[in-house]
Each structure stands twice: as structure tokens, then as C-alpha cells.
Ligand binder design. Structure first.
Ligand code: NGQ
Ligand code: ZN
Length: 455
């Protein structure tokens, strides 16, 4: 609860899926009983759903110098043949995996807009609608982040052949965004944000135009951008502008708490303190950042400056909020050679501090009323298994420490999103069908694309 742990909490919801009343120490009679400790579900601030099909499939050496950039080539290759039905099947399954792991909402950083070769679909919202449909089928809450992507590199470098499926100029993107607004307007499960892909992929003018357009329609729209993930990106940005990416962004855009700076791995001290002061969240994806060899974000200094964080599953190499938070703390321990690094002055528990920070920053980044068990918030709840022996005899923040650091097989038992149970006893509603479809799609895509696994 916002003011701490409580027992025998009665949670009342309305038909829209919002919490309307919460009362501790309530009687058990006449209500449905949740068998375990209930915590708010975790927002997943950064997802590229389709990348699930690549997880575990790009772990062999492809040449002499494997890197983020060679992985990106493999990823571009994997994306080549994905059609709308495929995207929907993959996203439905991956969202179910998220729910089972305790994520109750997701920010989908969605850039696969067009057919092969950049051919437009008859309806420009086609692929976005498939993401929305996947969220509905799975039951997860969604912040759709349509991606604005024009160029292949700094200085308005033309996009490569493979990037054609992602690219649009600013005016076409604004038209897409306007077409999406009515699709989500009256849906309490779906919010709309905007995602300039990265400083590599947009021009200063295009960025300004898109941000102004979106702000004129909806002032507090969430804005997500990949920034300073790789050293190579920092170097290219300096060569282009004389500034590092985060410094450039802070000087050229009005970064507010509606922003999520995804990764922000390579920040110097000045960029870090300035960025923290904006109130923007950083979108940290520790397992993907490790998998891709990005580097380590200075989370210790960031959180000491009251910087906000959200966590994301990004490339889907791992889909588990506990594992992201564990890696976040462990990277800091390895760098600082200390323990209990990301704990707060008044919150000694690392698990408690991190879980709450990621709830709050994640909800802010997704622009949704989630992350608290309190009236006015979505009824997005996770029930941790009361019978799990590793958890059974503790409560409060100690329970979160055990959940995140105790080597416990995921104790997520039941999950409610918007007042509706979507996971019961560790299984999603509709899971068998979604799984079969996902497996068929991946098998077909990899057959058609047989060279991928060797790449
Ligand atoms: C993405 N993923 O957009 O999927 C990127 C790779 C790029 C991560 N940065 C492509 N983790 O950054 O150009
Ligand atoms: Zn990403």
C-alpha cells in the first residue's frame, strides 16, 4: 500500500477495472480471497515484442567481432518476413509470458510499421492494431509507443534496405499518430505515447515537428527514446554535433517527467545530474543491456540524486521483473564492490526499494494510473504464492528481498489486470492456443529464413 504493508486488505473495484476503495483489517466473509501476498503488478516500460523470436537464437559467434551492431543485423534479418498475423501471434504470446512473470502493463516501442521493402499497408495503423489486439487477447495493459524513425544514422543518413519497414517522414508519422488516437481514446486498457527511435534515426527538425504535433493534441503524452546505449552511438553523436547524446537531447528538447530515456547507459556526471533533475525516468533493461554488451548505467549515483527508474524486457531475452531488478543491483555491486547498493536511506531492503522505484517510475513512464493499491488506480495485482516454501514464513519488504534475490522459482501465482484475473495458478487464460500459434509462426519464419540461426 502507498503507506506500507497491511493485512486483510479489502480491495473494491468498479466495472471499468479501477480500484474504488481499499480497507485494511477487513473481515473475510462474503468476498473472494486471494491466497498469498498481494503486490502491485510491474509495468514493463520497454518492449519490442517481435524480438522474442530471436531470444536464445543469436548466441553463437558470427564473425571475429560480435557486437550490438552485428546482433542488430541479425535482428533486421529476423524481422524481414514478419507479416501482420505473425506480429499479432508473437505479441500475444510474449504478452502472456509477461503476465505470467508479473508484468501487468507494457510499453510497446513499435517500429515495424510497413510491409517488406517499405510498401504501405492499406491501413497505416495495421501493425499498430495488431499490437493492440495482442494486448486485448492476453489481457495486459498497453502503452502503445508508435515509433518515429526516418534515418539510418546521425546526420540524416539514408535508411538501409532493411530499415524501410520502419521509416516515415514527420508528416506521415503525425498522420499515423492522429489515426491511432481514436482507436485508444475510450479504452481504459490502452494508452498512446510517442517514440522517436533514437537521435540516430531522426533529424532535429523532424523531432521538433513530431513533439510539437503530439503536444498540440495531448500535452502529457509519454515520450520514449533510445539514447546513449552504445559507445559507438556516443562517438557518432559527438562527431555529428560536438555533444554527447543525452547532453544534446537536454539542450534541444524540453525533457519532462513524461519522458522515458531508454538505456541512457553512457552518461557522464553532468549529463546524469541534469537528466535526473528533469524528473524523466530512465528505462533500464539490465538483461538486454548485458546480452548486447552495452555497458552499465550508473544507477547508484542516479538513484542517490532521486532519479527515477523503470524496467523493461526490451529484446525479451529475459521476461521477468525480478531478474531485471536483481541484475540492476548486481551490476552495481560488481562495479562498486559493495553490497546493498540500491537501498534507500529509510528503506534498507534492496528488494523493497527497487520494486517500489520501478513501480513508480514505470507507471510514470507509461502514463497510466498503475503501480499502487489505492483508489483511482487500475486494479493490476500480483498474488505471490503463499505456499512457496522460500517465501512462506516472511512478510513485508523481506518478502520482496526473497522474491528478487532468493533464487526462488517465480512465485507469481495469480495476476489481475484491470480488475480481471488473466493468470490463475501460474497459467494465462487462452495460453494453449496462443502458444501453438506462436510456435507455428516462429517455425515458419525460421524455415523461410533458414540462414538466420547460422548468422
Ligand atoms: C531496437 N534495440 O530498436 O530494437 C534496438 C536496436 C537500434 C536496442 N537498442 C536497433 N536494444 O538501436 O538501432
Ligand atoms: Zn529498444
Amino acid at each position: 500500500m502507498p503507506d506500507g504493508w497491511a493485512h486483510d486488505v479489502l480491495i473494491e473495484t468498479d466495472t471499468e477495472g479501477n480500484i474504488v476503495a481499499v480497507a485494511a483489517n477487513s473481515p473475510h466473509q462474503g468476498v473472494s480471497h486471494l491466497p498469498g501476498t498481494v503486490i502491485p503488478g510491474m509495468p514493463n516500460v520497454h518492449s519490442h515484442a517481435f524480438q522474442r523470436m530471436l531470444a536464445g537464437r543469436a548466441e553463437s559467434r558470427s564473425g571475429t567481432d560480435d557486437s550490438f551492431w552485428t546482433w542488430r543485423d541479425t535482428m533486421y534479418h529476423a524481422v524481414e518476413r514478419i507479416e501482420p498475423d505473425d506480429l499479432e501471434a508473437i505479441a500475444t504470446w510474449v504478452y502472456m509470458e509477461m503476465l505470467r512473470a508479473g508484468y501487468t502493463s507494457v510499453g510497446e516501442f513499435h517500429y515495424l510499421h510497413h510491409a517488406q521493402g517499405g510498401v504501405r499497408y492499406a491501413d497505416r495503423t495495421e501493425m499498430s492494431q495488431r499490437i493492440i489486439a495482442a494486448a486485448h487477447t492476453s489481457g495486459i495493459g498497453l502503452t502503445l509507443l508508435p515509433t518515429y524513425y526516418t534515418y539510418g544514422g546521425f546526420g540524416s543518413e539514408p535508411p538501409s534496405e532493411q530499415q524501410q519497414r520502419f521509416t516515415m517522414d514527420a508528416s506521415e508519422f503525425c498522420a499515423l499518430w492522429d489515426d491511432l488516437l481514436p482507436l485508444v481514446a475510450s479504452d481504459p486498457q490502452v494508452a498512446l505515447g510517442v517514440a522517436p527511435h533514437s537521435l540516430r534515426a531522426v533529424s532535429p527538425d523532424g523531432l521538433a515537428e513530431v513533439l510539437a504535433h503530439v503536444a498540440s493534441r495531448r500535452p502529457d503524452t509519454p515520450v520514449h527514446i533510445h539514447v546513449a546505449e552504445q559507445r559507438g552511438e556516443v562517438d557518432a553523436c559527438v562527431a555529428w554535433s560536438g555533444q554527447r547524446p543525452v547532453a544534446w537531447l537536454l539542450d534541444h528538447a524540453r525533457v519532462t517527467p513524461a519522458w522515458c530515456l531508454v538505456h541512457a547507459t553512457h552518461v557522464d556526471d553532468a549529463e546524469r545530474t541534469r537528466a535526473a533533475k528533469t524528473g524523466a525516468a530512465v528505462g533500464l533493461c539490465p538483461t538486454t543491456e548485458a546480452n548486447l554488451g552495452d555497458g552499465i548505467f550508473p544507477a547508484d549515483a542516479w538513484m542517490r540524486d532521486a532519479g527515477r527508474i523503470g524496467i523493461g524486457s526490451d529484446s525479451q531475452a529475459t521476461i521477468d521483473p525480478a531478474e531485471e531488478l536483481r541484475w540492476l543491483e548486481y551490476t552495481q555491486r560488481l562495479v562498486t564492490m559493495r553490497r546493498a547498493v540500491l537501498s534507500g536511506e529509510h528503506t534498507p531492503s534492496v528488494g523493497g526499494t527497487l520494486y517500489r522505484a520501478a513501480l513508480e517510475g514505470g507507471a510514470q513512464a507509461l502514463g497510466r494510473r498503475v503501480g499502487r493499491i489505492a483508489p483511482g488506480f487500475r486494479a493490476d495485482l500480483v498474488v505471490l504464492d503463499g505456499d512457496n516454501p522460500a517465501l512462506g514464513d516472511v512478510e513485508g519488504d523481506t518478502l520482496l528481498d526473497r522474491y528478487i534475490f532468493g533464487g526462488v522459482r517465480s512465485p507469481v501465482r495469480d495476476v489481475m489486470v484491470g480488475g480481471r484475473f488473466v493468470v490463475a495458478g501460474g497459467r494465462c487464460t487462452g495460453e494453449p492456443t496462443a502458444k501453438v500459434r506462436y510456435q507455428e509462426v516462429v517455425r515458419r519464419l525460421f524455415e523461410a529464413n533458414f540462414s538466420l540461426e547460422a548468422k
